[in-house]
Ligand binder design. Sequence first.
Ligand code: NAD
Length: 324
Amino acid sequence: MAQSKDHAIRMNDGNKIPVLGFGTYSPDDAEKSKCEEATKIAIEVGFRHIDCAYLYNTEEQVGRAVREKIADGTVKREDIFYTGKLWSTFYRPELVQTCLEQSLKKLQFDYMDLFIIHNPYALQPGPNPLPLGENGKLIYDNVDLRQTWEAMEACKDAGLVKSIGVSNFNRQQLEMILSKPGLKYKPVLNQVESHPYLNQSKMLAFCKSKDILLEAYSALGSQRNAAWLNKETPVLLEDPLLAAIAKKYNRSPALVALRYQLQRGLVVLVKSFTKNQIEENIQVFDFHLSQEDMKSIDGLHRNQRYLKVDAFFGHPQYLPLDED
Ligand code: NAD
């Protein structure tokens, strides 16, 4: 899986993925309006991989940004690697393609490069992406994810997506897909929370052993949005060791945290709708961390998750996330 000149690596289905991706989730409705401009800036400065999802409500903005950058000659559609996600209310096999088609319509794309199952937990189908019962709790659905996966395979066979994968799966959930009788395509990657405080070294080793890529989200310690944040978590980018290493390389702690993931062989996502941060983040390819510094950053691991997952604790198929 050598990194090529265009900073892309090969996935187990033969397609390539750029190792740095631009995140487009914002919990803030006002900020969502900045997504189109930010995505255009990202493409201008050199990002070629964009991560979005049905749930994010930013597909229209992202689609417009990409189409504008195609129209002005900056890129061709095939230069852009677009990831979309199947949302939990569409996990019944007969609904999978519906979700995909709704996303493609908003994007005005003919296909996605990668389509992933957003998380292992099905919710009650319907127009509300977060259906709540009278008790104020999420209404779950009971779906065999192996059947969801077969419907994902059918989307690939129909040419609507080039690659398929998963997100937020633990080892047991991945193994369930991998051991499915008649499996046609393995997931190409598992997208999970990962940063120096949660380095996912066990999941990384497992994925490597199965030729599955690991992709890091919240690599800078998340957006610290109150709705999703585990309270009282330390701010990653204020970590003194990251600051010291950053100083040594004359880079920012953010760049060190991104570079760390690339050198471990992960694909890494980063979200920013701020021009100077977007310009800075693409510089992750311009320096190299020594083995010693990589080891010191490994030492920061403390199984610290920023994203709360307690909304799924009562789900009939709930499995705890792996401890690292
Ligand atoms: P992140 O960790 O990438 O970024 C966190 C914050 O860092 C942002 O608010 C940004 O303002 C700031 N930042 C960015 N560049 C910086 C820089 N150079 N210097 C200083 N600060 C900087 O945030 P994230 O949104 O949690 O994760 C990235 C993306 O991963 C998301 O946008 C989304 O696309 C994806 N994601 C997926 C899932 C999932 O369940 N699959 C969950 C969370 C995020």
